[in-house]
Design a protein around this ligand. Structure first.
Ligand code: ADP
Ligand code: MG
Length: 151
């Protein structure tokens, strides 16, 4: 099931992200697609806020992975832009982070397509113009958490 949302500012994308963050649970994996500057890091900031983990999200471009830890739920944010082998992926700790108290959010998930779980939540962000974005959320059959979001 795919639901499409539209935003007309970064603040609106953050607000949508907050609502998504509130609906996430441990074990979820968000697989982003959408080019440079689409808003993947921006929506992740909203998701972190919605999960109660603060607004300090920055791009994991250099570290490859940033961790935002909470008491019951953590967010692990990856940038797979430069990942192009199984060995590379291993070095990010991708497989070690997966557990029931953790949400993974993966930018450039296209680069690790074969390693993504079947039940990944797909978030595609398309840049319409400078301030407008089309944000498509695809959840597995039967998962209706993201179908009716007001933001
Ligand atoms: P990505 O992680 O996909 O490369 P970023 O989130 O780092 O993208 O950057 C998105 C940029 O686009 C930011 O500078 C942000 O302020 C700007 N922007 C403008 N309009 C929007 C919008 N509607 N949603 C998200 N970001 C937007
Ligand atoms: Mg980014």
């Amino acid at each position: 099931m795919t639901k499409v949302y539209k935003t007309s500012s970064a603040a609106e994308t953050i607000a949508l992200g907050e609502e998504i963050g509130r609906r996430l649970k441990g074990g979820d994996l968000i697989a982003y697609s959408g080019g440079l500057g689409a808003g993947k890091t921006t929506i992740t900031r909203g998701i972190s806020i919605g999960m109660g983990l603060g607004d300090e999200v920055t791009s994991p471009t250099f570290a490859l992975v940033n961790e935002y830890r909470g008491d019951s739920l953590s967010l692990i944010h990856f940038d797979m832009y430069r990942i192009n082998s199984a060995d590379d992926l291993e070095t990010t700790g991708f497989f070690d982070y997966m557990d029931e108290d953790t949400v993974l959010a993966v930018e450039w998930s296209e680069n690790i397509a074969e390693e993504l779980p079947e039940d990944a939540l797909r978030i595609d962000i398309q840049r319409i113009d400078e301030d407008s974005r089309e944000i498509s959320i695809t959840a597995p059959e039967g998962d209706d958490r993201f179908e009716d979001i007001s933001y």
